[in-house]
Design a protein around this ligand. Structure first.
Ligand SMILES: Nc1ncnc2c1ncn2[C@@H]1O[C@H](COP(=O)(O)OP(=O)(O)OP(=O)(O)O)[C@@H](O)[C@H]1O
Ligand SMILES: [Mg+2]
Length: 250
């Protein structure tokens, strides 16, 4: 589905030159949920922006379904960390979803059914006329999920989407996301610096090293049944292993 070969990203020039990514190789299969895990500043957002086509690699190749990525595409949707900034404050919940459908040129007769379906999926059907400012933080994140999924992208790129939420809401959002992922079969690349979140969600965890010249240092096949509980021995063991790997990196 997605393939990165030897991707390098250099920012700036001369004295300002900074090698953010150095030789990233990654393949993501259709329907997979991959987590990119690494410390702040290691280049996770940079990598996601390259996958989205918002930014170009300095070197190496990026392919989506066998074709080189040359810019943003409607099959790859980015989910930003700050839902407040991503949602349109002057539009209600349902109008925010409708807006995405219009932008993506989904035929108008299909809009009402799609809007109903995705608002129901994230449990916001009863709040459809509220504006973003009238929703809680978790509701805004769910609305952003509904809006992202309504255009039925093949790939969802999520940049620390739940970092700002309290632990309980975050856990609920994980449940929502896994449920929707199972039902839609969307391929997900999920960026986080939270080991517990990666262990809870991922099919595979890709560990990134600290920059400059950040790389993927380890790829772990998780292989644990879902839903996962971090108190279960398998998950706890994996958490410890990932923690040790990240600590030894520094
Ligand atoms: N436009 C830019 N110009 C110069 N340097 C940049 C630019 N964007 C990112 N960088 C640098 O690249 C490195 C990686 O940044 P990036 O935002 O990808 O990190 P991150 O892993 O997403 O961190 P966080 O977890 O804090 O969000 C940082 O050192 C950052 O300063
Ligand atoms: Mg980031």
């Amino acid at each position: 589905m997605l393939a990165l070969r030897n991707v390098t990203k250099v920012f700036g020039a001369d004295a300002q030159r900074y090698i953010a990514l150095d030789g990233i190789n990654l393949e993501v299969s259709e329907g997979e949920l991959v987590c990119l895990l690494g410390p702040s500043g290691c280049g996770k957002s940079t990598l996601l922006n390259i996958l989205a086509g918002f930014d170009a690699a300095s070197d190496g190749s990026v392919h989506f379904q066998g074709a080189p990525v040359r810019g943003a595409g409607k099959d790859r949707v980015m989910f930003f960390q700050d839902a407040g900034a991503a949602l349109l404050p002057w539009l209600s919940a349902e109008e925010n979803v409708r807006f995405a459908l219009r932008v993506r040129k989904v035929p108008k007769p299909e809009w009402p059914a799609i809007i109903d379906k995705y608002l129901a999926m994230v449990d916001l059907a009863e709040h459809r006329r509220k504006f973003p400012a009238q929703l809680s933080g978790g509701m805004r994140q769910r609305l952003q999920i509904a809006r992202a999924l309504a255009v039925e992208p093949k790939v969802l790129l999520m940049d620390e989407p739940f970092a700002a939420l309290d632990a309980l809401t975050r856990r609920r959002m994980h449940g929502f996301l896994l449920d929707i992922w199972r039902r839609t079969g969307t391929t997900i690349v999920f960026v986080t610096h939270d080991i517990a979140e990666a262990v809870t969600l991922a099919d595979r965890i890709c560990l990134m090293s600290v920059g400059p010249g950040s790389r993927i240092t380890e790829v772990i096949d998780v292989g644990l049944a879902r839903p996962r509980d971090l108190a279960d021995p398998g998950a706890a063991q994996l958490f410890k292993r990932v923690e040790a790997l990240l600590t030894s990196e520094k």
